[in-house]
Design a protein around this ligand. Sequence first.
Ligand SMILES: [Zn+2]
Ligand SMILES: [Zn+2]
Length: 243
Amino acid sequence: MTFKYWQNHALYWRDFILDLIFPKECVGCGQEGSWLCPSCYQKLEFSKVQYCLNCKTENNSGEFCPNCRNEYYLDGVTIVGNYDDKIINHLIKMLKYHFIKDVAIILGNYLVDFLQKTHNLPILKITKIPIVIPVPLHKRRRRWRGFNQTKEIAEITAKHFQLKINATNLIRIKHKKAQAKLNEEQRLKNVAGCFAWRGENLTGANIILIDDVVTTGATLNECAKILKQNGASQVWGMVIAKG
Ligand SMILES: [Zn+2]
Ligand SMILES: [Zn+2]
């Protein structure tokens, strides 16, 4: 063992321990103690409009309009917040790229508050009690990240509204390229065949599919296709923000 080895080793452990004890700071105001302090949380706004994801015609719920409905398996997508909001943007990035699981709790509560305060939700539009399903990650990616952020958000939502949750039977069977760099047509091809349902028939079930961010809706729509092929009646996407 050389001195250099031990020096590097010591530096590694020093950084490791600093990371452990380094205090959490509010992404809004920098106050120590949490990733988002209560007063910055109170300032978060909800999305003021919902619209057909395809043609952007506004409505109350995010349902696809009569003109666009036939092009989708999904019935609609409800968007909770604004990706332009610096705090929301920051929290989603922390969750996705910095593996900070506690942030999922903040975003899960934010989604619950949205549902409670706005009453603008697919749960009210569909009569039969829905099942909450998170958009799954491929197991390789889940292992790498340590958790599935959408599952954490879905669990908080389901628990609060005492809804059934199924986080195990919709699975991602293919690990494809990240969608971020692709255009709309490429996204559709990229997600085709990525998901499978490994559960009982969903005959007549209404589903709320949870994801963190929606862009074109290609991923949610591919999940909806699989769920409807397995008997689901309505499938609604519910996301924290539109990217
Ligand atoms: Zn703050
Ligand atoms: Zn439309």
